[in-house]
Design a protein around this ligand. Structure first.
Ligand code: SF4
Ligand code: SF4
Length: 144
């Protein structure tokens, strides 16, 4: 059986298929710092204040772009290179398959947490961190 993410491009997916492609890792909700010298993006262990850390989901998904103007709005034509290498949108865009822990493959929304891919339980809300301390929070567990 060929799965939709293997036979369709991102732009060919239905809205339902597109939404289901998100693995729920919330890595894209981590606060990132860009090195002004080389443009490299560094992830921190600090997360957007709107992430419900227990559910590992945005607490106000439908209003996210109003609440946080910098919140990513992915489209088939704009898959940023700073997304983690594990991101399903990036994988499909690069012609790669999804990993075993992706809920569409495993059949369970918990596998992304069990595989230690999601940010659940590992992050600090941005409201608890002074902006000047962000650099100290740079992490290595999200690969670019
Ligand atoms: S990094 Fe990609 S797969 Fe993970 S939550 Fe963000 S959009 Fe979804
Ligand atoms: S507004 Fe929601 S989706 Fe956007 S970064 Fe914050 S938690 Fe993530």
């Amino acid at each position: 059986m060929v799965n939709f993410w293997q036979e369709k491009t991102l732009s060919e997916m239905s809205p339902e298929e597109w939404e289901s492609l998100c693995d729920g890792c919330a890595r894209c909700c981590l606060i990132k710092l860009e090195d002004i010298d080389d443009g490299q993006v560094h992830y921190t262990s600090v997360v957007c204040q709107y992430l419900d850390n227990e559910r590992c989901q945005c607490s106000d998904y439908s209003n996210r772009n109003t609440l946080v103007p910098t919140c990513i709005h992915l489209t088939a034509d704009s898959i940023p290179t700073w997304l983690p290498t594990t991101c399903a949108y990036r994988l499909v865009d690069e012609g790669k398959n999804l990993q075993w822990w992706h809920p569409l493959v495993s059949g369970s929304p918990d596998s992304v947490h069990e595989a230690d891919i999601s940010v659940r339980g590992k992050v600090i809300p941005e409201t608890f961190v002074h902006p000047e301390e962000l650099e100290e929070k740079i992490i290595r567990w999200v690969e670019l």
